[in-house]
Design a protein around this ligand. Structure first.
Ligand code: ARG
Length: 587
């Protein structure tokens, strides 16, 4: 079922065609919700664009398009405004009926633009033998939300956790393990002990550089399949994944695949050889590199790439991060034939992915493959800044993700204890977990991913403002109103009948939900969905305070308003679900 925006966009496109302007523009400018409700509910700038393209008076084009518009039950009136905008006012009866249809559609009218298409999303991807830190948190939360948005729009998604589980650090860890392991500490806190061993190795190797040679030898043995080293490495990996899994569970994250860097070890030599044979890579001072000369670098997407090099084999024969990424991409292409591959990491890896993408495209061309399929997307995000002194971090400024979640839940618990002392201990604990974890996810998602995010505990846990607690609370308010209605035997209507202006405003706002989902995905910006939910909560709360529901008088009005409340609950629940936030029926 199309959204309001696509219904109107289509109407305008047809009218433009009838007015003799079909094919003037490649794309139809989509109708958007009007910024000022005084001018209408939706606005289309398509006729204006046409007028500009035709070098005639856009207003005259808009008049002609308006005259050619077909009758539509949803459109109450259309006006030409300003230099040539079309302003639509929607029909109240249609709005109510449409909303009823939307909430009965399991997809809530979200356009299934990904049907038949496959995307691989590479996110979270922490490094083994280290604890996940807050830098991995943003990748996990943003990546998982994109994962949900892709699924909601019909894509087949392969969520792949590309963990860093290979490389020279494991040789160091093996050396350190044999010399300094504190077995008891390892039993109690495996990753804590592995981190300690790694740090200790660094310190000792400064005084005794021979340790580095020893570590190199152990890495080589590991990579050659030495059973003892292999067993140790597997143990490091297993305890790490177990701990990551605990964090993922709390964040409501699950992967389809956890194919770490190690999975590609056997492909690396062949990948480098293939790139050399095809002339994509070349030897340079004993190493193998892919060069990006300025005159060959394509387009704005690749800005900053010119005259850089990607080393894929070092002089000593070692392979690198980029080598693995190229081999991984080849594996993904062969295994899932994806239409798109999305990488979610912080801003600092921008150059890395430009290099990998450009090298890949060259490799694809050299093999006669379509360089645009899969399309490669690096969704990068800014840094996460923790407020000064907000949490004691045990080592330097690396705050661990578990500690951050625990802190959020602890603070949420204090609020829940104060507000809802009547609830049982177990229920308060459950609410605090949902609110605390939800607040962390939402604080991250509600800002433009590309800006830096500062965590402000008080703000992110506030019951008002653009926060998870506010949205969760508003959703719970809908549910408790519906529960009260059920208790009184009041019936929830099938359709919404628009009467009060606030009913209209709320219904229109709810109808925008599927548009917001598509927009958030198209721009890789979950915050656009957050904004939609926040505005929904705001309108709902105004409605709640100003328009009587259970005391509306006649049964038909009560039923219609309850239908509206139920629609609001449905949209909020689905929206929070897409953000990976667990909803509560009461708080
Ligand atoms: N393990 C890397 C890190 O912690 C992130 C990997 C991102 N994915 C990729 N295919 N390179 O920085």
């Amino acid at each position: 079922m199309p959204t309001v925006s696509s219904v109107l966009t289509e109407l305008v496109a047809e009218a433009a065609e009838r007015a003799g302007h079909g094919g003037v523009l490649d794309e139809v400018e989509p109708a958007r919700p009007a910024s000022d409700p005084r001018f209408g509910d939706y606005q289309s700038n398509h006729a204006f664009r046409l007028g500009r393209a035709l070098r005639t008076n856009p207003r005259a084009v808009a008049e002609a398009v308006r005259a050619a518009l077909a009758e539509h039950p949803g459109v109450a009136s259309v006006e030409v405004a300003g230099p040539g905008f079309l302003n639509f006012r929607l029909d109240d009866g249609w709005i109510g009926a449409r909303l009823g249809e939307m909430v009965r559609d399991p997809a809530l009218f979200v356009e299934q633009s990904g049907a038949g298409r496959t995307v691989v999303i590479d996110y979270s991807s922490p490094n083994v033998a280290k604890r996940m830190h807050v830098g991995h948190m943003r990748s996990t939360i943003i990546g998982n939300t994109l994962d949900r948005l892709y699924r909601a729009t019909g894509w087949r998604v392969v969520a792949d956790n590309h963990v860093g589980d290979w490389g020279t650090q494991y040789g160091k860890l093996i050396v350190a393990w044999r010399r300094w392991l504190d077995r008891e500490a390892f039993e109690a806190d495996p990753l804590g002990e592995l981190e300690r061993l790694y740090v200790r190795f660094g310190r000792e190797a400064e005084a005794d550089p021979a340790l580095l040679d020893e570590a190199r030898a152990e890495t080589a043995k590991l990579q050659a399949g030495d059973p003892e080293n292999r067993a140790l490495w597997e143990r490091f990996r297993a305890v790490s994944l177990e701990e990551f899994e605990a964090v993922y569970e709390r964040l409501h994250v699950r992967f389809d695949e956890t194919l770490g860097e190690s999975a590609y070890h056997d492909e690396l030599a062949g990948t480098v050889q293939a790139l050399l044979d095809l002339g994509v890579a070349e030897e340079s001072e004993g190493a193998v590199v892919v060069k990006f000369p300025a005159d060959e670098v394509e387009g704005r997407r690749f800005k900053g790439l010119a005259d850089t090099v990607l080393v894929i084999r070092k002089k000593d024969g070692a392979f690198l991060y980029g080598t693995t990424d190229l081999a991984t991409l080849e594996y993904r292409r062969r295994t899932w034939a994806p239409d798109e591959v999305v990488y979610v990491t912080d801003v600092r890896q921008q150059l890395h992915f430009k290099q990998v993408f450009a090298a890949w495209r060259r490799w694809a061309r050299a093999r006669g493959l379509d360089p645009d399929r899969p399309s490669l997307v690096h969704t990068w995000f800014g840094m996460l800044v923790l407020p000064e002194g907000s949490m004691s971090s045990r080592k330097g400024n690396v705050v661990r993700l578990v500690d951050l979640l625990d802190e959020a839940v602890r603070r949420a618990r204090a609020v829940v204890d104060e507000k809802s002392p009547h609830l049982s201990e177990a229920e308060r604990a459950r609410i605090a977990e949902a609110v605390g974890v939800g607040a962390v996810r939402y604080a991250d998602l509600s800002q433009n991913p590309q800006s830096n995010v500062t965590f402000d505990w008080d703000r992110m846990l506030a019951l008002d403002g653009n926060t998870a607690p506010y949205l969760l609370y508003t959703h719970a308010r809908c549910r408790s109103l519906l529960a009260r209605a059920a208790g009184e035997g009041a019936e929830v209507g099938e359709a919404v009948r628009i009467g009060e202006p606030l009913e209209r405003e709320l219904a229109l706002r709810l109808l925008r939900f599927p548009e917001a989902v598509s927009l958030a995905l198209a721009h890789g910006r979950p915050n656009l969905l957050c904004d939609q939910l926040y505005e929904t909560a705001n309108v709902f709360n105004r409605f709640y305070y100003e328009v009587p529901v259970l005391r509306a008088g006649d049964a038909a009005t009560v039923a219609s308003r309850l239908a509206l409340v139920e629609a609001a609950a449905t949209v909020m629940r689905r929206g929070l679900e897409l953000l990976g936030i667990e909803v509560l029926d009461r708080m």
